[in-house]
Design a binder for this molecule. Structure first.
Ligand SMILES: Nc1ncnc2c1ncn2[C@@H]1O[C@H](COP(=O)(O)OP(=O)(O)OP(=O)(O)O)[C@@H](O)[C@H]1O
Length: 356
């Protein structure tokens, strides 16, 4: 088990910086998710922690010690990848034994058997132990990959989109199992994903990466309710947060789209300011007495809810309503919003003014 800290890490590939002065603190035993779009620097961050990439500048600290110059083996971390890096011609048992038989390990045959059997039991793959890996399904292979990481009992697990190649049902199952495994092992997990649902549902903490920089770190609920800027605001939540430009006038937002006034609990001292108002789709309320109108542009059925796209003066606004709500395409609806849920962003910088 281990704390990990990255201090001012810059990693360049040629002239391009994959990581720019990245600071990151991951606590012992935490399930830390790095969320970011393609090219954000997630894999590079994991590889720097693992000792597979040497940063141009900055320090990697493991358990308070400067590990920047340690090699991968000294760091005692395990990497689980999206592509199962298993030996296809070996059996499942052969793959699980492999990390314990390396030259640097001194396990007896009995110890190896005991560890492999226990890991197989934990991951429910005991009955697959004698099967060749090339004859496993994708989900089974990923369990074996995870097993191969666990069997060594490393201090840190680094997981690079381990579920993204699996179908949706299996992903749901393994998501739950990984969380359970994390609490059983009590180890530090650093889990990389571009999937915000995965990040929100799995992480104790989420770090949002963009273009090699860490934009915000927080619990899933902090990231959702108090995003530091419009980038983070739109990185979590489905559909994403609505962002509407307008002007603050007393305790009203006068929206550019349609010139509607909607009530807000405005930040002090910003009367007359041009703002970008952020409102989550679930906080937009259809209300026959509502102050604003929009035309129903699209309706998506999602079982217990419907997601409406409203055309408001040429701007699209999403509203999440219950499945029972009766609406039709092209109908004009009136709506309001929850004033206490509105966020205020600077339209020029995107910053959340409440956190500035
Ligand atoms: N070995 C390399 N050589 C050159 N450029 C690289 C190398 N590895 C990564 N990069 C570049 O560094 C940036 C960050 O890449 P990285 O793989 O860390 O992103 P990522 O967030 O993991 O993306 P993805 O979700 O697509 O895997 C990208 O612009 C990528 O092209």
């Amino acid at each position: 088990m281990a704390d990990i800290a990255l201090k001012g890490i810059t990693k360049k590939f040629g002239p391009n910086s994959a990581l720019r002065e990245l600071d990151l603190d991951i606590k012992d035993g935490e399930f830390f998710v790095l969320l970011g779009q393609t090219g954000a620097g997630k894999t590079t961050t994991l590889r720097v922690i693992a000792g597979l990439e040497i940063p141009n500048s900055g320090q990697v600290m493991i358990d308070g010690k400067d590990a920047t110059k340690w090699n991968a083996a000294e760091r005692d971390v395990a990497l689980v990848l999206q592509q199962y890096s298993l030996y296809p011609r070996l059996t499942v048992r052969g793959n699980l034994e492999f990390p314990l038989k390396s030259r640097t390990q001194n396990f007896t045959a009995a110890e190896i058997k005991e560890r492999v059997d226990r890991v197989a039991e934990t991951l429910q793959i005991t009955k697959l132990l004698d099967r060749k890996v090339e004859r496993l399904s994708g989900g089974e292979m990923q369990r074996v990959s995870i097993g191969r990481a666990i069997v060594r009992k490393p201090r840190v697990f680094l997981m690079d989109e381990p579920l993204s190649a699996l179908d949706a049902n299996l992903r749901d199952v393994l998501r739950v199992e990984l969380k359970k495994l994390h609490s059983e092992l009590g180890a530090t997990f650093v889990f990389v994903t571009h999937d915000q649902v995965e990040a929100m549902s799995m992480g104790d903490k989420i770090g949002v990466l963009n273009k090699g920089r860490l934009v915000q770190v927080g619990t899933p609920s902090e990231i959702y309710a108090r995003p530091i800027n419009t980038f983070v605001a739109r990185s979590v939540g489905t559909p994403p947060m609505n962002l509407l430009d307008g002007t603050l006038s007393g305790s009203n937002a006068v929206l550019d789209a349609g010139s509607f006034s909607l009530p807000v609990t405005a930040p002090a001292g910003s009367d007359g300011a041009k703002l970008r108002f952020g409102i989550r789709p679930e906080d937009v309320l259809l209300d026959s007495q509502g102050p604003a109108t929009g035309r129903v542009f699209d309706i998506e059925n999602h079982g217990v809810i419907k997601i409406l796209t409203l055309d408001v003066g040429g701007v699209h606004l999403h509203a999440t309503v219950s499945a029972q709500t009766r609406v039709q395409i092209d109908e004009t609806v009136t709506f309001g919003w929850r004033p206490d849920k509105v966020l205020y962003f600077d339209p020029a910088t995107g910053r959340n003014l409440a956190l500035a």
